[in-house]
Design a protein around this ligand. Sequence first.
Ligand code: DC
Length: 223
Amino acid sequence: MIYNIAIDGPAGAGKSTIAKRVAKEFSFIYVDTGAMYRAMAYYLLQQNVDGNDSQEIASKCEGADISIEYRNGEQIVLLNGENVNAYLRTEEVGNMASVSSANPSVRARLLDLQRSLAASQSVVMDGRDIGTTILPNAEVKIYLTASSATRARRRYKELIEKGEECNIEDIQKDIEERDQRDMNREISPLRQAEDAVLVDSSEMTIDEVVSAIENIFHEKTGK
Ligand code: DC
């Protein structure tokens, strides 16, 4: 039996941390779809594409061949055959990804890849439209969120620990702008699927969120 767990939610809600942990508990594959959109954004930045020019994004994205493979359990994103994981986590790439992921041609290029990964094995897949568009028949759908203040605080702590200078107000503003873009775009906007379970992690620890999702899985599947 193949199981699909879809986890959607806004930036900084902790989706990837939680999805990785849940995947490990169930021995499923973790699929990070945001990394695929980031790889596309990285390619578009390299090509000096103007983020405001949707026609240019649509035509240039055809040159990006994105695939993934797993090395020691870690998802590696290959852009035209090259491992680009090291370049995907910058604010520049994140901001471009938020803009370019609203483009229908970009989404169309990544849809088949995401569906075929989930068709052949049990996955925990995180993103923005997994429960609504990519895997409408997923056995378990979670909408994971947290207040923008909590998400900004978590991101701030992460950056400070990395030794990066930053300002918490700017981070919160950036998060709120990204939410607006992700929730209000025409194609595949971020929203909770009707049959998704809402988990607000603002006042929860990682362990509490993981066990809440495990319980939802047991309830939904009887496993
Ligand atoms: O989750 P993330 O921050 O790595 O995602 C980067 C951007 O990609 C984000 O602004 C929204 C977009 N994205 C999307 O539109 N659909 C997905 N399934 C995953 C990410």
